[in-house]
Design a protein around this ligand. Structure first.
Ligand SMILES: O=C(O)CCC(=O)C(=O)O
Ligand SMILES: [Fe+2]
Length: 376
């Protein structure tokens, strides 16, 4: 499947999360594309906060391996994962897969990235080791995670308004003060084409991160100008690049010069898709290297991204589906067996229950079989 023209997604201003018209606009994008942007202005983040989080990520990945080893990824999916460290899908991959797993749309052989997964904070403290070099930065990272949660709350409120349900419906079910959640803040580093670690790269075969959909409710993606790579699978089955900063030239200019930072890209995850009977799309996406002929992206440009995976509280029941008239209408599609991974909540009938935690386990087991191997 060749890459097609860049996709044009709406950029939504979430500064008023009580505005029903904004909620409808957001819902329409979530139904049509499963992806939309949120304006940097009104998002609750300052350019300085986003910049310094990227600086921290760079600082982490630049540490010597012995330092990073101190927080190597564990079976709970928290910690650092170097490249080529695991083979979870030998049929489709030569190397590691630390993103959500590949499924039937899998493309490409490699995952040329490194990741640091940070789980929940309790009283401002991570529940996992950090390398000593980052110990002093923990409060700043905790602050960033808090801002991510706030932005997710605004988005979830607006989606609830669009779905014509109580605006608190999702927010109360994502409140980390009521129980553990699967939320993860992830720093990602994709070395450039000229990096020695990319020397085995084969154009048309290798991708930076394989095709997958995310597991949770919604995902926030922060990107840097001049470091594109994300593509989404369109309904026509083609890969469409997603611009980092729509309307802005793809340059390496420092974002402060433009008085902001690129809009935050939001996508719907499998859980929210399931919970809404497939009305909201959990769209397959991947990350690719710049094309060798690209004049816009330098070969020696690394890509860094910061991702926040927002999950409901583990004990949240996803069955029956969200009590929205629009979701009830989508139930018909469930009956026809046309909805997402494992059907929508409507297919479970009245008596069944399925918690967020059970849903996650079901998705992981469906993909991998035994859980011991799983790092997502
Ligand atoms: O780095 C990116 O742009 C996307 C990462 C991603 O899709 C993921 O971590 O699930
Ligand atoms: Fe993803």
């Amino acid at each position: 499947m060749a890459s097609s023209t860049p996709i044009q997604l709406p950029i939504i201003n979430i500064s008023d999360p009580t505005d029903a018209a904004t909620g409808r606009e957001m819902l329409a994008a979530a139904v049509k594309y499963g992806f939309f942007y949120v304006h940097s202005q009104g998002s609750g983040f300052s350019a300085k906060e986003v910049d310094s989080t990227f600086d921290l990520s760079k600082k982490f990945f630049a540490l010597p391996s012995e330092e990073k080893e101190k927080c190597r990824i564990r079976t709970d999916n928290r910690g650092w994962s170097g490249m080529h460290s695991e083979i979870l899908d030998p049929e489709h991959q030569r190397v590691c897969q630390v993103l959500a797993p590949l499924h039937e749309h899998a493309q490409g052989n490699s995952n040329h990235h490194r990741a640091l997964n940070l789980g929940e904070f309790k009283d401002g403290k991570l529940q996992q080791p950090l390398p000593p070099a980052l110990a002093d930065d923990e409060p700043e990272i905790a602050h960033f995670a808090t801002l991510c949660n706030k932005t997710c709350a605004a988005v979830l409120r607006l989606l609830a308004l669009g779905l014509e349900i109580d605006s608190d419906y999702f927010v109360t079910r994502h409140d980390p003060s009521t129980g553990p959640t699967g939320c993860v803040l992830r720093f990602l580093y994709y070395p450039s084409l000229t990096s020695p670690v990319s020397s085995s790269y084969q154009h048309d075969i290798d991708v930076r991160a394989g095709a997958h959909s995310d597991y949770g409710s919604i995902t926030l993606l922060f990107q840097r100008p001049g470091q594109p790579g994300l593509e989404i699978l369109t309904s026509e089955g083609t890969w469409a690049p997603v611009p980092v900063w729509p309307g802005q030239p793809q340059t390496n200019d420092k974002d402060e010069e433009k008085g902001g930072f690129p809009p935050i890209l939001i996508n719907i995850g499998d859980m929210l898709s399931f919970w809404t009977n497939g009305l909201l799309k959990s769209t397959v996406h991947r990350v690719v290297f710049p094309h060798p002929s690209s004049s816009e992206v330098k070969e020696d440009e690394d890509r860094y991204s910061v991702v926040f995976f927002c999950h409901p509280v583990d004990s949240t029941n996803l069955v029956p589906a969200v009590p929205s008239p629009l979701v009830a209408a989508a139930e018909k599609r469930v009956e026809e067996g046309k909805v997402g991974f494992g059907g929508g909540a409507g297919s479970f009938g009245e008596k069944r229950t399925m918690t967020a935690q059970e849903y996650l386990n079901m998705r992981l087991t469906a993909t991998y079989g035994e859980r011991e191997k799983v790092t997502v």
